[in-house]
Design a protein around this ligand. Structure first.
Ligand code: 2AM
Length: 176
């Protein structure tokens, strides 16, 4: 029997061009021997679905579209290093309730629909550098504010050693 077609999927907040630029510039300076994330790949994952049957895409898009959430004001005021996966990341020292609520609602709808995702608890972060040996001493991190008015369903495609992300659909917040 033929195997069903799959896509590697996740939901994420996707930065606009200005924020991408600032994050990518810092990541480049901080990378050392690590790998700075490419500007166009920077994001904050809300739920990681991984390899998913492509036939489920319409249902996944419909459930994401039914999530009601407020625009998110996320301070990126912390930078850190995780030894276990060797990444340098940035994030918020206090997660806004708007973000926790969006993630909880989205994950609850995925669970209710029987769509599988990585059930590890949500720890909001933007990965800036991979394969890093530690936090660099310089440059200092300058806090940023991320105003997110939507979230996205993203497909991940690996071409040779390079991962490319495709924004499949964006889902807007409730009008303020
Ligand atoms: P990371 O940046 O902390 O590695 C695409 O792989 C995105 O999904 C990345 O942001 C990655 O987080 C996140 N992600 C979450 N759970 C994952 C998993 N089980 N496997 C791969 N990526 C995962």
């Amino acid at each position: 029997m033929e195997r069903a077609a799959t896509e590697r999927l996740f939901f994420a907040l996707w930065p606009d061009g200005a924020l991408q630029g600032r994050l990518a510039a810092w990541a480049k300076l901080a990378a050392g021997r690590g790998r700075a994330m490419r500007r166009e790949n920077l994001h904050l994952t809300l739920a990681f679905l991984g390899d998913t049957e492509a036939a489920l895409l319409p249902e996944i898009k419909a459930l994401a579209a039914s999530v009601q959430f407020d625009p998110i004001r996320l301070p990126l005021d912390r930078v850190g290093y995780w030894k276990h996966n060797r990444i340098i990341w940035c994030g918020a020292s206090e997660e806004p309730q708007t973000l926790s609520a969006l993630v909880a609602d989205l994950r609850a709808r995925l669970s209710a629909a029987g769509i599988r995702y990585d059930p590890k608890p949500f720890v909001s972060h933007v990965t800036l550098v991979r394969d890093a040996a530690g936090l660099p001493e310089a440059p200092a991190w300058a806090p940023l504010i991320w105003e997110a008015a939507d979230f996205a369903l993203v497909g991940s495609v690996r071409v040779e050693a390079r991962v490319t992300y495709q924004l499949l659909q964006r889902f807007p917040a409730k009008a303020g």
